[in-house]
Design a binder for this molecule. Structure first.
Ligand code: HEM
Length: 445
């Protein structure tokens, strides 16, 4: 039986926009045109319909839209990634689980990201960062993006599952090819990106299973996410199945390095392009005397660096938005949001709202100083890590790694962009410079 509210909501108009071609809709333009959302926003406004990844979809831009989506999870919306993403992540991944099982697993996994756990991660993060900074100094000139990827993957392996990835290059390569299958048309043929990624998924899961079996032979330790998951019991007192553990670990390793690689490469790019901000960032580092190892007390003093990192993530957010499925017809801004459709809330476009962010296109860390605090003028206008009950679980881990990396880099090293390279960003699955960010790198003598 349709209730009265749903009936009247069904009478409202659908948002403006085009559904494109049969079946593929506007998927090709969505994947290939970096200005897909901007063009439609200019034409139709902050809410419009399209058809992507085989589903009629309503794109919503702005702080109010974010609030609406984040606050009605499980009521009007539930998570629904495009098929290519959900199949590659697996049904037992935190990112695809829903309802009470999602809440239970989230509670469990969040222990690996509590302040106490993060404090334990700090020395290893510093050590791995320093070893990469030395390596890059020896190289002198390098393509940074793939190197940053190796670095973030090493950190994720060490701190989330307790393994050393440096000796297993194949593991990282498999992830790269697996990532290329995300956000593609889910055509299961051996030569499609999706087909290749599916093959990589099997190989990745086999490697992860090996890591799990090895850990099961070792003494119990809850030092990392894998340790917590291995010791966890479900409501009937049973341990999590190996199949579930594999999907959860795959998700954490992926989410723990793909987004961070994008964020760090954007930091390096934006500071190289903004020498005055770079100079001010170095000045702050010089003012914080730090003999011996970097500690969390030192990091806390770096407030300007916090503003810079926040601004990097505003200008080039690693995750462009989030997909939901409409489970109950609802109304937003006078439009009908019909059950069975998808919704895509937009992070990147929200961050370009000129009514919130003055001169939104410019890179200006001062906008987050206490005197301006532009994002505080409206809740949910800063949405780099999403929000509500699906807010990024690794947010504090990501912020810590970014800050350690940035502080150590600013303290001891210089980098220049090699001339003549393409610095435009490829946007999918996460933003990355098309030529991989070629730099000349040296230590400050
Ligand atoms: C979810 C962004 C780093 C693990 C999310 C979401 C966003 C996001 C926007 C929500 C997606 C949605 O609403 O559907 C980022 C950014 C990062 C980052 C920008 C780095 C700068 C990390 C790290 C980890 C992680 C380091 C793990 C170590 C996850 C997981 C989810 C998630 C597991 C799914 C949570 C759930 O559905 O309950 N992330 N993330 N992320 N993130 Fe992150």
């Amino acid at each position: 039986m349709i209730n009265q509210a749903t009936k009247s909501q069904n009478q409202l108009p659908l948002p403006p926009g085009n559904l494109g071609l049969p079946v593929i809709g506007e998927t090709i333009s969505f994947l290939s045109d970096p200005d897909f959302a901007t063009k439609r926003q200019n034409k139709f406004g902050n809410i419009f319909k399209t058809n992507i990844f085989g589903s009629p979809t309503i794109m919503m831009i702005g702080a109010e839209a974010n609030r609406f989506v984040f606050s009605s999870e499980n009521q009007n919306f539930t998570i629904k990634w495009p098929e290519s993403v959900s199949v590659l992540l697996g049904t037992a991944s935190l990112a695809t689980q829903i309802g009470s099982i999602h809440q239970k697993r989230r509670k469990l996994l969040s222990q690996a990201f509590q302040p106490r756990a993060l404090a334990n991660y700090l020395p290893s993060m510093v050590e791995i960062t320093n070893s990469y900074l030395h390596k890059w100094t020896n190289l002198g000139q390098l393509t940074w993006y793939p190197e940053l990827r190796k670095y973030t993957f090493d950190v994720a392996c060490k701190l989330l599952v307790g393994t050393d990835a440096t000796n297993d290059h194949h593991f990282a390569e498999l992830f790269e090819e697996w990532c290329l299958g995300l956000f593609t048309l889910p055509i299961r043929l051996p030569w499609t990106k999706f087909g290749k990624a599916l093959k990589c998924r099997d190989q990745l899961l086999a490697k992860i299973e090996k890591i799990i079996l090895q850990r099961q032979q070792q003494p119990i330790s809850e030092q990392d996410a894998l340790g917590l998951l291995l010791n966890a019991k479900d409501e009937d007192g049973n341990s999590l199945s190996i199949e579930e553990l594999k999907d959860q670990i795959l998700t954490l390793l992926f989410a723990g390095h793909e987004t961070l690689t994008s964020a760090l490469s954007s930091f390096c790019l934006l500071l190289a392009q903004n020498p005055e901000i770079l100079a001010a960032a170095r000045k702050e580092q010089q003012q914080i005397s730090c003999t011996g190892a970097l500690t969390s007390e030192h990091l806390q003093q770096m407030t300007y660096l916090d503003q810079i990192l926040k601004e990097v993530l505003r200008v080039i957010p690693p995750v462009g938005g989030g997909f939901r499925s409409v489970i109950q017809t609802c109304e937003f801004n006078g439009y009908c949001i019909p059950e069975g459709w998808s919704v895509l809330y937009q992070i990147g476009k929200t961050h370009q709202d000129e009514t919130i962010y003055k001169d939104a296109k410019s890179f200006d860390p001062q906008r987050f100083g206490i005197d301006r605090a532009e994002d505080k003028s409206k809740p949910f206008s800063y949405a780099t890590f999403g929000g509500g009950m699906r807010e990024c679980i690794g947010k504090e881990f990501a912020k810590l790694e970014m800050k350690i990396f940035a502080a150590l880099l600013l303290r001891g090293y210089e980098w220049e962009l090699v001339a003549g390279q393409n610095l435009d960003l490829a946007m999918i699955p996460t933003p990355q410079p098309r030529d991989g960010l070629k730099v000349i790198f040296h230590s400050i003598d």
